[in-house]
Design a protein around this ligand. Structure first.
Ligand code: GLY
Length: 373
């Protein structure tokens, strides 16, 4: 096990969400010393995320680079999940049963036709289903569901379990996770923590999600252009296991999904709101979620509410993440994953510390927003 002072590791990761923790874990597995800094690891966007590993359902057809990233990372998930489970001894609730996209009207059915053509072109496995076949698969679906598409390659994971597993694995690798706040980035050197301690590293990775752009000390032009995109979710107790697949559909023009957990909960998600750094759970947000989810699965309103959470996705101007070196030597980004942080965690770790694909690395370069980069 590599050992060094937590004050001067090879790699310093600011941010302990699924991205920062995965990066530190990968660094440690590559024999580097690492330290993570986060006052409350795993409790930001990761805590609110549903954990869908569904690259095709999550993008529009015009977002080809994002789709390529998602598919590349989806392909890494089986090994990532297996290694992380083995390294931590934790069960991630990683499931590969696919996403069932359902349609109610002629427009939705046409959208599923387009999706089938697209999946066919990509060579991805899917089944087109009638309404009756959808209900045979998921008996609690509304009678008004007219048809569906099962994206068989999609998977999902419980992000809270993944974060707990990463923390356990980091502990096993001797990687300290300092429950401290980063007061100031010292570009090219490291960070000054609240309270004044300074940590130095040859490589500092900024993985603070929606907060990455507002860290004090980042030089202008290097601070990433991320903005918070609020998502509210609701977790419901479902002891009778209403659902066995991730189910999603478009209701009142917005996308709604239900993701079942192995522990008998269902996650309903998610709002998408441009509200700044606002993490309040609102009555209106929850009402919209329930109103839309009930169209898909009427029985959800009978379930007990276990939890409600709002998280902030780190959005970027082109919806692509920022991963890799900045113009400041030693300062790297791993942020801007917007709706895809959980899906893109293995790929991000690879691009930072592995043999990531050069074309994908270029698409994610943090320097792409600077004309003189
Ligand atoms: N990836 C789903 C969401 O951000 O709501």
């Amino acid at each position: 096990m590599p050992s060094s002072s937590p004050r001067s590791p090879d790699v310093l990761v600011l941010g302990g969400g699924i991205i920062g923790l995965s990066a530190a874990w990968r660094a440690a597995r590559r024999g580097l010393t690492a330290t993570v800094v986060d006052p409350d690891p795993g409790r930001g966007a990761t805590h609110a995320a549903a954990g869908m590993l569904a690259p095709v359902s999550e993008v529009t057809y015009t977002e080809e680079p994002l789709l390529r990233l998602g598919l590349a990372s989806l392909a890494l998930w089986p090994a990532f999940a297996a290694e992380l489970s083995a390294d931590s001894g934790h069960n991630l609730d990683y499931r590969t049963d696919g996403t069932l996209d359902v349609a109610f009207g002629a427009d939705d059915m046409a959208a599923l036709d387009d999706l089938s053509v697209f999946l066919d072109k990509l060579g991805l496995p899917f089944d087109r289903l009638t309404g009756r076949e959808c209900r045979r698969m998921e008996p609690m679906l509304a009678p008004s569901v007219r048809g569906g598409l099962l994206a068989r390659g999609d998977a999902w994971v419980d992000p809270r379990r993944a974060a707990a597993a990463l923390l356990a694995a980091l502990d096993r690798h001797g990687v300290p996770v300092l429950r401290r706040r980063a007061a100031e980035v010292l570009p090219g050197e490291g960070v000054r923590l609240s309270g004044g301690d300074v940590l130095t590293a040859s490589r500092t990775v900024i993985a603070c999600g929606a907060w990455s752009g507002s860290l004090p000390g980042l030089p202008p032009g290097v601070a990433p252009p991320v903005r918070p995109v609020k998502g509210q979710i609701m977790r419901l107790r479902d002891p009778s296991r209403l659902l066995t697949h991730t189910v999603r559909g478009t209701v009142h023009g917005s996308s709604v999904y239900l993701v079942p957990r192995g522990d008998g909960e269902v996650v309903l998600g998610a709002t998408q709101e441009e509200m700044g750094f606002d993490t309040r759970v609102t009555a209106g947000g929850l009402w919209e979620l329930l109103r839309d989810a009930r169209e898909l699965v009427p029985g959800v309103t009978e379930l007990e509410v276990a939890d409600t959470v709002a998280g902030l996705r780190p959005g970027t101007p082109d919806n692509l993440p920022l991963i890799g070196p900045t113009a400041v030597p030693g300062l790297h980004m791993a942020t801007g994953h917007h709706r895809g942080g959980v899906l893109l965690a293995p790929l991000t770790a690879d691009l930072l510390f592995g043999d990531g694909d050069k074309g994908l690395a270029l698409a994610c370069s943090p320097r792409r927003f600077k004309e003189d980069a």
